[in-house]
Write a protein that binds this ligand. Sequence first.
Ligand code: AMP
Length: 224
Amino acid sequence: MSENSPKVSMILLGPPGSGKGTQAEKLKSYFEIPHISTGDMLREALRDGTELGLKAAGFMRSGKLVPDELVVELVGERLGKDDCSKGFILDGFPRNIFQAEGLEKIFGSSEEMVFSAVSLDVDEDIIVNRLSSRRVCEGCGAVYNTKLNPPKDDLRCDRCGGKIVQREDDREVTIRKRLQVYRDETSPIKEFYREKGILREVPGDGDVEEVFERILGALGDDRC
Ligand code: AMP
């Protein structure tokens, strides 16, 4: 996109495993705006053993939400960085109404508040299937799927040779818990954004390119 491209900011909503992370990476390259994933930021804090990481660890391992104040502060700091001036993609935040209101407070002025809320909708059984076969590289974060896209060597990353692991919260019992948390706490924010007229609902089934084109269409972008 060119220097004079308009500001594009969006929130990606959707249950864990709906493909938000994958689509966010594509949107990041397409619009040249940062992909801000609170899950990634929290996992990094956990790996680095920071104070935030220590506070978040127990909640994350059991599939619960990390306390809102911690996450709102984290996002507020991140959105204040220069690279967000042309827009951003929020992935995994807000997760409930408190956080959605927190986001409004971060911006304050209505001019800065212009964004779309894109909701990726995928059936829960498909999600459980997808997530329980997901594996990630401990080193570079590359994502694999044991059925669709396995690494050449089961234990090592094709890209960096790092160790391939299953995220602790990708085990079936935790996935079910995370989906329940999504239903109970996150679904209501769809209504919050629907009422504001900025909700864009996109079916999240099908292949990655197909879903990407649907998102661009929903954003009113005709370059796809
Ligand atoms: P994710 O990678 O987005 O599925 O997030 C993994 C875990 O990080 C979640 O199950 C929560 O424990 C925590 N987390 C991520 N984003 C948030 C958020 N916005 N609010 C609270 N907890 C979060």
